[in-house]
Design a protein around this ligand. Structure first.
Ligand code: ADP
Ligand code: MG
Ligand code: MG
Length: 919
């Protein structure tokens, strides 16, 4: 038996049986096809039609031919449609026209081909004119077919048709298409057919089945078109999926003022408000609204034009939203007062609305908390916490005349950049010149997407909230203003003109996608405040609940355990407070050396380093002690009740000294000018710095090595930590200090230093007569530490992976240099899948971590394990930390919300699974 490649819309049950699940149906029929079939089953008015499967597309891509049986099945399905509609394909007395529409599993709006009005030829057009009594409509439809056929099947430029149309209108003195009469369109069809023949080399096919065949092939081929490939790359859709082809009976929105076409979202895809948002045009065909070329009417007006249709439409869309449990983006056409639904899909949305809608739908009882958490992406959260324009700066801009224009606030956020008037240039300046670019266009089309993605913001002078630019910008989280009608773009002169102001290509503007306003120049931005984002806070609380479930992970011992906690890297009390407000439940890394760099302290630190006797050093350290104690006090206070990991001094000492080269120049100059005052001291300092010089400081005297070489510094630090902790305890604050020794490579280092430090801790507790819980632990940043973890864990009560250094040392790449040069090539050439400093290399660095956790916990089952490298804020790396049994990840306070969501995503993805052991 030949395989079934073609399914009628009403055969959806059969497809479900074959595909096994709704996911499978979507894979086979594509999003559009499965939606049309599903709506048909639910009794929603859908024009009769059928779908050619993605399997057929994939066969076609392999061989360049339709698979055996496909074409016969298409013709047979067409017969069924003819019976249903009482019309006949190619018959002038009762013509059936169809559209041929692409539709992949994941929607790719406008990226592939759709051809309308298939089935018209020189005879049928006359028949249609007579039958409808509307020759203008018939000839208009025919010219659209010839044009779409030429541009989509044979890839002709739009221009080859648009040009003669513009010339024709000019010769008649027309401004609008609506002024064209039946005779005009008829004349133009003649011209179009000539143009077609000239470019294609053969006549426009009069055989309607040939039209259908070529159109089907063209849709298959459009899957591998450049814009479709680019789009898939940007959205991580696999090239293997293929597209389905939907053949749908044409319904006409261009049959007069009782007809129309439109698109709508069941909730506002920009703000998430629970209110239908849509647009429609009377007497028009679908493309006109979707392309955003003509400004349309808001959907609410339909209640005046056609109250019955409006009510039916609202009922259907409400039902669809309930059925799919998600916001729907629908396309519809009204033909002589009858409503037809042409598409429904889950709407693309902004980050803000994604979160609001997810939370609202939980509150409405439509979806579960887990669904809500899964629906929101870490990118969504990232976008939401991106900078906004400074309020005061905006007010000033309004006053001082930099305000330019207002349009529709299509996609929120603040963007500042240099303007470019086409996608290629915007992409080039952004990628090659590393500029922040803003793409400014009259309107956008699918071939502009690469320029939009490369830009910080987008502005169009035409189109509305459902225009192409708006939809794409929302999907990618790019701030966007559309329909800024005051902006006149002169693509020839490469300028935009607003009133009496002219702004040239390359100049800076600021775009506020939240309000729809555009300003000249650069407006300062400030961080978004999380406290005001109540829906986000709610969602993140749900995320925490999920990650905290006690049976999320099964340890190798069989014990059940919760998912990841999220801690933050914070050096100062103010960072700690921010970390708390962002939801961190611990500090995973406090870098104490930052405290040494403060202007009042640096001279003391330098004096301490240069000290020639232990006594001088001690005096300097005694001077530093109170300020260190104060730092830690503030930190414990801010983190009342939560653990605080404090890392002892880590960098090489020369980092605290003046720059050697600069000092050398000063000395030389002084000598040349014979200035003696202060020269001796400078010479002395220079000699000292020279003496400290190392050719490879990152692998030199730093971390625990420095502590052993010069223990007085860390002894002072530990004293400061314990004194602060004791003072806080006496004030009623619950402290959980954890002292972290960096850069350990052998347990003997810990054996040497740790007992001395522990003794100091005990002494202080004795002096202050208080007791509190504390830990000593180490960072794992040297491969040898990971490999000998079972030994280290005998001393260390906790591990924290310093994955910046661990990655650097495992690969042998110097981070500071590699990221500037060969690493980019490595990623581009696919030698490395990703930059390992951004996303954990699971196979190497990740494996070392896994080994360290396993071996460490064999020695010390309760060993606390975390990560404090930059990877702690990267969702993919967080997932790995979940899988191998980390207790927490620690990242910058700003990334804490992202990490909380990522931790919940991992918890849901691997819920109840055993952590992966290193074998
Ligand atoms: P896309 O995948 O880019 O959204 P579609 O296949 O949905 O492309 O087609 C684009 C537009 O063409 C639709 O919005 C719809 O208005 C119009 N269209 C498609 N098929 C038909 C049809 N059978 N009758 C009337 N209009 C149609
Ligand atoms: Mg569509
Ligand atoms: Mg380090």
């Amino acid at each position: 038996m030949v395989k079934k490649w073609v399914y009628l819309f009403e055969e959806v049950e059969q497809v479900e049986k074959y595909a096994g699940s709704w996911e499978g149906v979507r894979g086979l029929l594509g999003g559009k096809g499965s939606g049309l079939a599903d709506m048909t089953r639910a009794g929603v008015p859908v024009p009769p039609g059928f779908t050619v499967t993605t399997e057929a597309c994939n066969e076609f891509r392999k061989t360049g031919n339709f698979p055996a049986g496909q074409w016969d099945q298409e013709l047979a399905a067409l017969k069924v449609v003819e019976k249903k509609t009482g019309k006949k394909f190619g018959d002038p007395t009762k013509p059936l026209l169809v559209s041929c529409r692409s539709g992949a599993k994941f929607s790719m709006p406008g990226m592939m081909n759709t051809i309308l009005n298939i089935g018209l030829n020189d005879q049928v057009v006359d028949g249609l004119a007579k039958l409808t009594g509307n020759p203008r409509f018939a000839w208009d439809s025919y010219r659209r077919l010839v044009e779409m056929f030429g541009t989509t099947v044979f890839n002709l430029e739009d221009e080859v048709f648009e040009q003669p149309l513009a010339e024709y209108k000019a010769s008649k003195g027309y401004k609008l298409d609506t002024e064209m009469t039946a005779e005009d369109w008829k004349a133009l069809v003649g011209t179009f057919k000539k143009v077609y023949k000239m470019h294609v080399g053969s006549d426009f096919p009069q055989d309607v089945t040939k039209q259908l065949e070529l159109a089907t092939k063209a849709v298959f081929e459009s899957w591998m078109g450049k814009k479709a490939i680019d789009y898939r790359k940007a959205t991580n859709i696999s090239d293997d999926l293929g597209t389905a082809v939907n053949i749908v009976t044409m319904v006409f929105g261009n049959m007069g003022d009782d007809s129309g076409t439109g698109v709508a979202f069941t909730r506002n895809p920009s703000t998430g408000d629970r209110k239908m948002m849509g647009e429609y045009l009377l007497n028009a065909q679908g493309e006109d609204v979707v392309a955003g070329i003509r400004n349309a009417d808001p959907i609410e007006h339909l209640v005046i034009h056609m109250p019955e249709v409006y009510k039916q439409f609202m009922d259907i869309t409400a039902k669809l939203e309930k059925h799919y449990k998600d916001v729907q983006d629908v396309e519809f056409t009204i033909e002589r007062g009858k409503l037809w639904m042409l598409q429904t899909r889950n709407a693309k949305r902004t980050a803000k609305s994604a979160i609001k809608i997810a939370v609202d739908m939980v509150n409405e009882g439509l979806i579960s908390k887990e669904d809500a958490v899964q629906r929101v992406s870490t990118e969504n959260v990232d976008t939401l916490l991106h900078p906004q324009f400074d309020d005061k700066a905006l007010k000033d801009a309004e006053k001082n005349g930099t305000y330019l224009a207002k349009g529709v606030n299509a996609s929120p956020g603040a963007a500042v950049g240099q303007i470019y008037f086409d996608a290629d240039k915007a992409e080039k300046m952004s990628k090659q010149e590393k500029q922040d670019t803003i793409m400014v266009r009259p309107f956008t089309k699918p071939d502009d997407v690469h320029g939009m993605i490369a830009s910080k913001g987008v502005v169009t002078s035409e189109g509305g909230a459902t225009s192409h630019a708006a939809v794409v910008a929302r999907q990618f989280g790019i701030p966007c203003v559309v329909g800024a009608t005051a902006v006149q773009i002169d693509l020839e002169k490469r300028v935009m003109v607003i009133g009496d102001r002219t702004i040239k290509e390359g100049e800076w503007i600021s775009v506020d996608g939240t309000t729809g306003k555009v300003y000249a120049g650069k407006i300062p931005t400030s961080a978004a405040s999380i406290e005001e984002q109540t829906e986000l806070l709610t969602l993140l609380n749900w995320a925490d609940e999920i990650a905290a479930r006690p049976d999320i992970r099964i340890m190798p011992t069989g014990e059940k355990n919760r998912g990841l906690m999220v801690w933050a890297n914070a050096d100062y009390p103010k960072d700690a407070r921010r970390a708390r407000s962002y939801g961190a439940v611990g500090i995973g890394l406090c870098r104490t050396e930052h405290m040494f760099f403060e202007t009042e302290r640096l001279p003391i630190v330098q004096r301490m380093i240069l000290a020639e006797t232990p006594e001088i050093r001690k005096t300097a350290l005694d001077e530093l002690l109170p300020s260190q104690r104060k730092d830690f006090d503030g930190l414990f206070d801010a983190m009342n009740g939560y653990p605080v990991i404090i890392r002892l001094i880590d960098p090489p000492l020369h980092e605290f000294m003046p720059d050697e080269e600069k000092l050398f120049e000063e000395v030389v100059t002084m000598r040349a000018l014979k200035q003696t005052e202060g020269l001796k001291e400078k010479e002395h300092l220079l000699a000292a710095i020279k003496g400290m010089h190392e050719s490879n400081p990152m692998m030199g005297l730093r971390g625990v090595r420095l502590s052993i070489y010069m223990p007085q510094i860390v002894e002072m630090q530990v004293r400061a930590i314990f004194e602060a902790a004791a003072d806080c305890t006496l004030r009623g604050i619950v402290v959980k200090p954890e002292i972290m020794i960096p850069l350990t490579g052998t347990v003997n280092e810990l054996e040497w230093i740790q007992p001395r430090l522990e003794r100091i801790g005990k002494t202080v507790m004795g002096e202050k007569k208080v007791n509190f819980h504390y830990k000593f632990g180490t960072m794992i940043e040297i491969p040898r530490a990971a490999v000998t973890a079972s030994e280290l864990a005998a001393r260390a009560e906790f591990f924290s992976f310093g994955t910046n250094d661990l990655t650097q040392m495992t690969f042998g790449y110097s981070r500071d240099d590699a990221e500037r040069n060969f690493l980019i090539t490595y990623v581009a050439e696919g030698i490395l899948p990703k930059n390992p400093f951004q996303t954990l290399d699971r196979g190497g660095v990740g494996k070392l971590m896994q080994m360290a956790i396993n071996d460490g916990r064999k020695t010390r089952p309760e060993l606390e394990v975390g990560i404090c490298g930059e990877h702690g804020g990267d969702p993919e790396s967080i997932e790995w930390c979940h899988m191998i049994g980390n207790n927490y990840v620690s990242c910058s306070p700003f990334r804490v919300p992202i990490a909380r969501l990522a931790a919940a995503h991992s918890a849901l993805k691997y819920s109840g699974q055993k952590i992966v052991e290193d074998k």
